[in-house]
Design a protein around this ligand. Structure first.
Ligand code: NDP
Length: 283
């Protein structure tokens, strides 16, 4: 019998209209000839519980969660990955064959994978992380689990940085510390990987960059940005001027989408197809 039913995945969020993930997922499904559809769905906070129940009702394979659902979804799940449990946020849910819901956080894993794809390992590295929000927390935890020797968190709001340091100390072996963000913030000379984990430079504020001393960036360093729109941020351009290796936020976005694709389909997608599709969205 011919099958007219597609397997369903997607994203719940609000706002969600500007989320580009569906385009890259659909391109990757087509490239692998998979009969899957990715639905971009507006779900209000008060409707999250009902929306999560719909996964089983509609026999979906899983769902992505974005703002404001990443934390609130946790009590609605049956099991969490180690990283999602430490981070305290979930961006991907898998509905398993036995009907249970498994929560994973692939934001930080995507970041580590994007570095890896550029030939950069976290093992024994000294990391300086600008920011302590949701993306920064996911990145910090995965960098620590991937073997970073130390992580220094620099954030405008010190309390948030202190909380992240506490989490790292409690759950990982990395040497964690933090600093209040000062104007023209100095980057230690022994830094291996400098990360912009803030939203500074995000469209439409592409003319802005983190307030750090760019002269302190050296050629042995890698500079990575979470901001993916624009792809070539001012932060990365300034770091490249100092000779550092740049890793853009698009790589992280594509890598986390690729991890989600594999979790839902069991198939390894073409990262190139995913990256190229995303790149076109931001041209
Ligand atoms: P949050 O709101 O949770 O955190 C924002 C962070 O940026 C905080 O640390 C905040 O500091 C800091 N910040 C914002 N504005 C300023 C400023 N003017 N000066 C100093 N610090 C500032 O956001 P998210 O962590 O969820 O998202 C951050 C960025 O990451 C966004 O641009 C998002 O698009 C991107 N992202 C990229 C992904 C990818 O795959 N590439 C995946 C997920 C997110 P404070 O605590 O003091 O407010």
């Amino acid at each position: 019998m011919k099958n007219y039913r597609a397997e369903l995945v997607g994203v719940f969020g609000d706002p969600v209209d500007g989320n580009p993930t569906g385009v890259t997922m659909e391109a990757a499904f087509a490239e692998k000839c998979l009969n899957y559809r990715y639905l971009t769905l507006k779900v209000l906070p008060e409707d999250l519980e009902e929306a999560m129940r719909s996964l089983r009702v509609l026999h979906m394979k899983g769902i992505n969660l974005t703002m404001p659902h990443k934390i609130k979804v946790i009590p609605l799940l049956n099991e969490l990955s180690e990283a999602a449990g430490i981070i305290g946020a979930v961006n991907t849910v898998v509905l398993r064959e036995d009907g249970t819901l498994f929560g994973e956080n692939t934001d930080g894993k995507g970041f580590v994978q994007a570095l890896h794809n550029k030939g950069i390992s976290l093992e024994g590295k000294r990391v300086v992380l600008l920011g302590a929000g949701g993306a920064a927390k996911a990145i910090a935890v995965e960098c620590a689990l991937a073997g970073a020797a130390s992580i220094k968190v620099v954030n405008r709001t010190l309390e948030r940085a202190l909380e992240l340091v506490d989490t790292l100390k409690k759950h990982t072996k990395t040497e964690a510390s933090c600093e209040q963000w000062e104007s023209c913030h100095k980057i230690p000379a022994d830094t291996d990987i400098l990360i912009n984990g803030t939203s500074i430079g995000l469209h439409p504020d592409g003319d802005q960059k983190p307030d750090i001393d760019y002269e302190g960036i050296a050629p042995h360093m890698a500079a990575a940005d979470v901001v993916f729109n624009p792809v070539d941020t001012l932060f990365l351009k300034e770091a490249q001027k100092q000779g550092a290796t740049a890793v853009n936020g698009l790589g992280m976005l594509a890598c986390q989408a690729a991890l989600n694709f594999k979790l839902w389909t069991g198939v390894e997608p073409s990262l190139k197809v995913m990256e190229d599709t995303l790149q076109k969205e931001f041209e």
